[in-house]
Design a protein around this ligand. Structure first.
Ligand SMILES: [Zn+2]
Length: 221
């Protein structure tokens, strides 16, 4: 294609954020990338929990909800979205799911269970709770929990627990800036590249569908 010269430069960068200056990039395109970062870039979170034992003061529902909100570092290179995996299994397979377990019991003293107590049973070492400090439950003496957790890829448009970060578009000194901040699942550069790749795929798919329908219409006429 001729005559398209988008200029993009990195105007600032930190561990979990990136500021890009967009020169001659149409607002609509910058906005599309922004929305893809928020809604479409997949990250990993707990999707299924099997409660084997729970004698804590929390109900199974509250306990599993707490666990589902723990953010996980994400491995996009070795896993696929459940809907793109052909296993069709509710708990997934080695291509679409990472299995963790949690076993804890309090004997004589109150025991606080943290995300650091989750044990990876299978899958990529790149997938782990982002911090070991998330408090899950406090167990009184005699109480215990035993759970199996299945961590899978998902998108922010389905549930906020999978949102990769925030992205905003604004004008500064007449310059157009795209600011990207990661929640920690993925580095900001990877979020951006992934968003652009998914945007490109969706435009190609749209183009194919449009071409087909236009040709069909012409054939019918
Ligand atoms: Zn699978």
């Amino acid at each position: 294609m001729l005559g398209v010269h988008y200029q993009i430069r990195i105007a600032g960068e930190g561990d979990n954020w990136l500021r890009l200056e967009l020169v001659d990039v149409p607002l609509s395109m910058g906005n599309a990338i922004r929305r893809f970062i928020i809604n479409e870039v997949p990250t990993m979170a707990v999707e299924e929990v099997l409660v084997i034992e729970n004698t804590s003061h929390l109900t199974n529902e509250v306990l599993t909800h707490r666990i589902s909100l723990i953010p996980f570092t994400t491995d996009l290179d070795n896993y696929v979205l459940p809907e793109k995996c052909d296993c069709g299994s509710k708990l997934g397979c080695e291509r679409c799911s990472v299995r963790f377990s949690l076993r804890a019991s309090a004997t004589k003293e109150v025991l606080t269970v943290y995300s650091a107590d989750l044990v990876r049973e299978s899958g990529s070492e790149r997938v782990a709770p982002m911090s070991g400090d998330f408090q899950i439950v406090k167990l009184a003496p005699g109480q215990s929990v035993e759970l199996e957790l299945y961590v899978r890829l998902g998108k922010g448009k389905k549930h906020a627990k999978w949102q990769s970060g925030i992205a905003t578009l604004y004008e500064e000194d007449g310059k157009r800036i795209l600011y990207v901040e990661s929640f920690g699942h993925l580095p900001p550069r990877r979020m951006l590249l992934e968003a652009v790749k998914l945007f490109e795929e969706s435009v190609t798919e749209l183009g194919g569908s449009l071409e087909k329908v236009v040709k069909d219409e012409r054939g019918a006429g």
